[in-house]
Design a protein. Structure first.
Length: 148
């Protein structure tokens, strides 16, 4: 392995941190703009980005990790379950936005998404960042982490 190869391998861990940071910032912006028009725009973009991120992990990144580290199968299964739960919460948030729900209800939905998302990201980073530093995966970043 050349030095360039090693730099690319370590970049997967960097990419995960960067994607999680962007998604955390998007959630913060949404909490600051609970006017329904702004939140509708946010929800379309953020919900699609978060869902796309999780789909990419489920379809590309996690199978590559499992192939290289089969002992992580239970961790990956837990992360996939989290993805399913977050997708459900995003669907509830989207429905509340479409109903033009009161700001208090919208804030509760955002807080729920944020709490689960943060726990998920911390667990994922704790368990997968060391693996990503050595993962030999040769796909575009968007294929592994979604279109962010």
């Amino acid at each position: 392995m050349t030095e360039n190869d090693n730099s690319r391998l370590v970049a997967w861990a960097y990419q995960m941190r960067a994607v999680h940071h962007r998604l955390r910032e998007a959630l913060h912006v949404a909490n600051d703009s609970l006017r329904i028009d702004d939140l509708l725009l946010y929800c379309r973009g953020f919900c699609a980005a978060l869902d796309g991120h999780h789909r990419a992990e489920d379809h590309t990144l996690f199978p590559a990790i499992e192939a290289a580290h089969p002992e992580l199968r239970p961790v990956l299964q837990q992360l996939k379950q989290d993805h399913s739960m977050i997708a459900h919460l995003l669907g509830e948030l989207s429905a509340a936005v479409r109903r033009s729900s009161a700001p208090e209800e919208l804030r509760k939905h955002l807080e729920g998404v944020g709490a689960i998302m943060e726990n998920h990201f911390r667990y994922e980073e704790r368990r997968l960042l060391p693996v990503l530093e050595t993962l030999n995966l040769t796909v575009p970043t968007e294929e592994a982490f979604g279109p962010l």
